[in-house]
Design a binder for this molecule. Structure first.
Ligand code: PMP
Length: 359
């Protein structure tokens, strides 16, 4: 029986993407060369990166003001790169603290300017998303994490704020519809819903960002958004293979019917799992219902001592990646786009069987 892959990231990829990726390692597009052997300045690669930019804009329905960059350093480097570019030493930016990734973004930004906490869910162990935001009068931008991968909460709507919104969408980009044109900057590491580790998508509204005067500080060209835009993300050698994986995954999403079609399957998948957990009192889902993530479902065993036998039960049933993040304990089910609904059905049966065993 093939494993049910619930890894939080790097995560499951569509089988057809893996097949195409592996053949590209031997012979890219009938060229007789491996994709790993061709120059990032070659026509073949420029075609790939241009296609990634176009398809990202098409799938997210972005207007012409947006530029798409394929960078390195993961989402974590964006925690620093954003304030480096937009936050002068005396400037202030607003941040929402809804979990460990938001906290890391705050820590990084505080090295460059002033951070004003717009909200925090720390009082309730990050089990909810506070909707009331305290926005500083002259803040340059508001930073949010749309999906808190570790805590299992998600912004289902975008806060109605008048200052530019910058969003870490690492774990829910391309999984649901949003009005992506409402964001000044969106970033995401590729290794969950876009492709494989090594590439980071940064999507910027150049018009909005012109209103956020760049900071005066000097820093390397590689980290300069404007210089990366001018160079089509090719200031140095980009992660060519990871960028190709992005292209194949974006094409797969398009073949599924785009984000609208993907979203309706994701809705079903998440409902099935939350129903299974809510209907079995062996499990304990602590996140407030209104803020539950549809990508990462975090839960505990009501009787903590059952955890080792639950994990063994999962392992014996070929489930991988269900153990929660080390800072949270418990369990986590990641339902990224590529996880087939049939696997989610099997998973729910397994959860149910474990529950029945305890009765
Ligand atoms: N933000 C979020 C929401 C994440 O889930 C992660 C990774 N799990 C990161 C940032 C960090 O990403 P990276 O490892 O690509 O730096």
């Amino acid at each position: 029986m093939p494993p049910i892959n619930l890894n939080p990231g790097p995560a499951i990829l569509p089988k057809s993407v893996l097949t195409k990726l592996s053949s590209s390692v031997i012979n890219y597009n009938g060229s007789g060369l491996s994709l790993l052997e061709i120059s990032h300045r070659s026509d073949a690669f420029i075609e790939i990166i241009d296609h990634v930019r176009l398809l990202t804009k098409k799938l997210l329905n972005l207007n012409d003001d947006y530029q798409v960059l394929c960078l390195q350093g993961g989402a974590s480097l964006q925690f620093s790169q954003i304030p480096m570019n937009f936050l002068g030493t005396n400037d202030t930016a607003c941040y929402c603290n809804n979990g460990i990734w938001g906290e890391k973004a705050i820590k990084a930004a505080s090295l460059y300017g002033n951070v004003h906490l717009a909200s925090s869910s720390k009082d309730k162990d990050h089990t909810y998303i506070p909707k009331e935001l305290d926005i500083h009068d002259s803040a340059k931008y508001l930073h949010i994490t749309t999906n808190n991968t570790v805590e299992g909460t998600q912004w289902h709507t975008t806060p109605p704020i008048r200052i530019p919104i910058i969003a870490d969408m690492s774990s829910d980009i391309l999984s649901m519809q949003r009005d992506f044109n409402q964001f000044a900057l969106i970033y995401a590491g590729a290794q969950k819903n876009i492709g494989v580790a090594g590439a980071t998508l940064v999507i910027l509204n150049t018009k909005v960002l012109k209103q956020v005067p760049p900071s005066e500080r000097l820093f390397p060209d590689l980290l300069h958004y404007t210089k990366q835009i001018e160079a089509n993300s090719l200031l140095n050698t980009p992660p060519t293979f990871a960028i190709y994986a992005c292209l194949l995954t974006l094409q797969w999403i398009e073949q599924q019917g785009g984000i609208t079609a993907i979203e309706s399957i994701n809705e079903k998948k998440a409902t099935m799992v939350y129903d299974a957990l809510d209907n079995c009192n062996t499990f304990d889902c602590r996140v407030h219902k209104a803020d539950r993530s549809k990508m990462n479902i975090v839960f505990y065993l009501k009787q903590e001592s059952l955890m080792p036998s639950f994990l063994t039960f999962c392992k014996n049933n070929h489930i991988v990646g269900i153990k929660g993040h080390s800072t949270k304990g418990g369990c986590r089910i990641s339902l990224y786009n590529a996880l087939p609904i049939e696997d989610v059905e099997k998973l729910c049966n397994i959860l149910h069987d474990f529950h029945k065993q305890q009765q």
